[in-house]
Design a protein around this ligand. Structure first.
Ligand code: TMP
Length: 233
């Protein structure tokens, strides 16, 4: 497959056209709007591919086609639904500031939130009625997204727990294939999740990255090592 022109550049990835109109190439960068950490893009690429392969095996459709090189992955072209879907198991971050729960409070059941992806509006939190008013997706599509988000959480939580890591919360994005099928898109990496060490509570994720970007790649690599040590890959 031939890599063609750059279609889109985000903070973490560049997306290229290919000679197949249905396929794109996502290339992970070493920076995320912050200082570059050499190797971080390659590690995040591998982590996301591993997790999406596992989710596919568990019946969640994703945009993943195949890893192409250390930092590049072939993905299906989708229409991205402009929602950040956040699933939470433990109170942290904006949940604490919004509703006053102390950080670390284990939630009675997982909490799902939607944020409207709009740079101009600062990605506001919305509910399903706002999403329908804005015609971001149909009610049927949103119920598929909800079901997938809870299921993904139910798959990732015990998997990561087996690696000694607690999944605190996670951001998911979904897309629509030309035939209307909803698939998991974007990435699942320690940059889009909160991951705390299950024993010590040490923060292993993006919160850590913000304070200590030099450690970012080490932590992702440690998770990757833990992931690939089992019979996982
Ligand atoms: P929050 O507590 O800041 O709302 O974040 C919840 C989770 O979603 C956390 O794991 C970080 C992730 N997230 C992203 O990956 N990208 C984003 O733009 C936002 C707002 C959150």
């Amino acid at each position: 497959m031939e890599k063609k022109h750059l279609l889109y550049e985000g903070r973490a990835k560049r997306v290229y056209a290919t000679d197949d109109p249905e396929l794109l190439i996502a290339a992970y960068k070493d920076s995320r709007g912050t200082a570059a950490v050499p190797g971080r893009g390659a590690v995040n690429n591998r982590v996301s591919v591993c997790l999406m392969q596992m989710l596919e095996r568990e019946g969640i459709p994703t945009h993943l086609v195949e890893q192409r090189s250390d930092r590049e992955t072939v993905i299906r072209r989708v229409h991205i639904i402009p929602l950040k879907v956040i699933i939470r198991n433990v109170a942290a971050g904006s949940l604490c500031t919004r509703i006053g729960l102390p950080e670390g409070t284990r939630l009675r059941s997982a909490i799902l939130e939607y944020y409207y992806r709009s740079a101009a509006l600062g990605d506001p939190m919305i509910n399903r009625y706002h999403a329908f008013e804005l015609q971001l997706c149909t009610p049927e599509e949103l119920s598929v997204i909800d079901r997938y988000a809870f299921r993904i959480n139910d798959i990732l939580k015990p998997f990561l727990r087996g690696l000694g890591v607690d999944l605190i919360d996670c951001k998911l994005e979904f897309g629509r294939l030309p035939d209307g099928t909803i698939v998991l898109a974007d990435e699942i990496t320690p940059d889009t999740c909160r991951l705390w060490d299950a024993e010590t509570g040490e923060k292993l994720d993006r919160d850590r990255f913000r304070r200590d970007p030099g450690r970012a790649k080490d932590v992702s690599e440690a998770i990757l090592r833990r992931m690939t040590r089992g019979n996982f890959v």
